[in-house]
Design a protein around this ligand. Structure first.
Ligand SMILES: *[C@@H]1O[C@H](CO)[C@@H](O)[C@H](O)[C@H]1NC(C)=O
Length: 206
């Protein structure tokens, strides 16, 4: 089926060639020519559909990139410190009350738990000081049931001791990170000497 407008186009070309002979003649146009035009039209139509599809895909991808770019601009990280001397027992979570940074609102100072707002590679640091009163610090940094790091600091009664650990972790969205006592009577020095921090290094796609 040859479109009407193509036909009239051929007609016009033919007529202008045959000006003066009277009437529109397609004598010079073979079936082969018409088939070639038909084929060309089909090809062009297909090419147009493919291009329209490409434009649609690119539009979607652009919106996706725009969203990722917006997310990438918002940082995630926290720093919490311990105000008062604190003693906790096996399985209990250390609650660090003084929040200096809480970008993305991941850290909950009522629970002492950081909840990852996005999937990604994070870096956590824990610094703990003992009180020099015979109690040690023996703790785990945990992601739910998984232990990310273990930290011990001295049990001597003669002085205060500091232990520190940094650990990278790949977290899923809503993973919960916290510090848990591994032994009874785990004693921390307050006055901001004991701290817990974390920062999102790199977002990761699901
Ligand atoms: C720290 O200790 C002081 C004095 O006992 C008390 O008033 C304050 O509420 C304590 N802060 C926390 C976070 O427990």
């Amino acid at each position: 089926m040859i479109p009407l407008f193509m036909f009239s186009l051929l007609c016009t070309v033919s007529c202008s060639k045959e000006r003066g002979t009277g009437g529109c003649l397609l004598d010079g146009v073979s079936d082969g020519d018409i088939n070639a035009v038909r084929l060309r039209l089909a090809e062009e139509r297909e090419r147009r559909l493919l291009l329209e599809n490409d434009v649609l895909l690119l539009t979607l991808r652009y919106a996706q990139l725009h969203r990722l770019f917006d997310q990438a601009k918002s940082p995630v990280g926290f720093l919490a410190k311990l105000s008062n001397h604190t003693t906790i027992h096996t399985g209990e979570v250390l609650i660090l009350d003084k929040v200096d940074i809480n970008e993305g609102n991941g850290y909950n100072p009522a629970l002492g738990v950081f909840r990852a707002p996005v999937k990604g590679m994070y870096l956590f640091s824990v610094t703990a000081m003992t009180r020099g009163d015979g109690l040690s610090v023996d703790i785990s940094l945990k992601n739910g049931d998984i232990e990310l790091a273990r930290l011990y600091s001295g049990d001597i009664a003669s002085g205060r001791m500091v232990g520190a650990v940094s650990v990278p972790a790949i977290l899923s969205e809503n993973d919960n990170i916290f510090i848990k006592a591994r032994v009874m009577r785990t004693g921390f020095f307050g006055n901001h000497y004991t701290s817990f921090s974390g920062v999102l290094l790199q977002r990761m796609t699901e």
